[in-house]
Design a protein around this ligand. Sequence first.
Ligand SMILES: Nc1ncnc2c1ncn2[C@@H]1O[C@H](COP(=O)(O)OP(=O)(O)OP(=O)(O)O)[C@@H](O)[C@H]1O
Length: 308
Amino acid sequence: MELELTDLTKKFGELTAVDHISLTMTSGVYGLLGVNGAGKTTLMRMLCTLLKPTCGSITCNGKDIFKMDGGYRKLLGYLPQDFGFYPEFTVQDYLLYISSIKGIRPAAAKKRTRELLAQVGLAKAANKKMKKLSGGMKRRAGIAQAMLNNPRILILDEPTVGLDPNERIRFRNLISELSEDRLVLLSTHIVSDIEYIANEIWLMKDGALVHRGTLDETIASMPETVWKCAAEHSMVPALTKKYKVSNLKSEDGHVELRIISPKRPAPDAEPVRPALEDVFLYYFGETMDDEPDIDSPSGGPNRTLFFR
Ligand SMILES: Nc1ncnc2c1ncn2[C@@H]1O[C@H](COP(=O)(O)OP(=O)(O)OP(=O)(O)O)[C@@H](O)[C@H]1O
């Protein structure tokens, strides 16, 4: 199974939300990482045929997805950012209802619902009302509905928003499990979500992919060095103003900083192995906020990211 994007572009008036993207996807997990407004949802909505491109094309095994109609929908599972669930339905009834919308026969729907409830860890919650589920459980029900038709292509838009660390790990493991023999595209602005599960990471900025590659390739793509150094509290404002700081930690009267810079930022700074968070800051750090806050002790949020 192969999805091919050629010169894919979406404009909203003057704004180019997706800017001439060309690439090929096969099976595996693709992690789409970018700040708010980068164009992730727009790209995903085109892949789900919910939005027509302004120009360019998407083909699935050589066929234009916009001309495949039901044939493509059968291959596709989609979890939108805000998925509409029915609060009064039990989880089981919700899945059975979505099955009927997807045209799955009742006997097959019952079997599939049972299997999926077990797979996403909601078997015991099958008779709970949707409105009573935790955020993580709701998201797992969302994945289950996207999986009802056993899709070959699974598109998940910000599936981990609002999840606590336990739920996030559980969710990650579930996605890895589901990705076997499937193409999974997952968008997020939370770096750790894709660090462990994506076979290929896409960094998206202003509608374009600024980098694509494995975790190692993505980390190696950063031309600057990550340095670890300790500084007095009084030095921190100057350092964060001058450098990109990916982490700050107070330690016994001083501060430990992680700095991204082509040059050694302080005499005692030691180079350390970069992590994906450093790369994210390198590519996106300066666009996280519109205005630098020069009065802030950290020298402004546009240069310092505190990751969740
Ligand atoms: N229907 C629309 N009409 C006009 N502009 C739009 C529309 N949908 C998206 N945009 C704009 O296109 C750009 C990309 O939006 P998109 O939602 O794809 O970004 P995103 O990366 O998914 O962001 P987020 O992480 O906040 O969901 C934004 O500037 C957004 O305001």
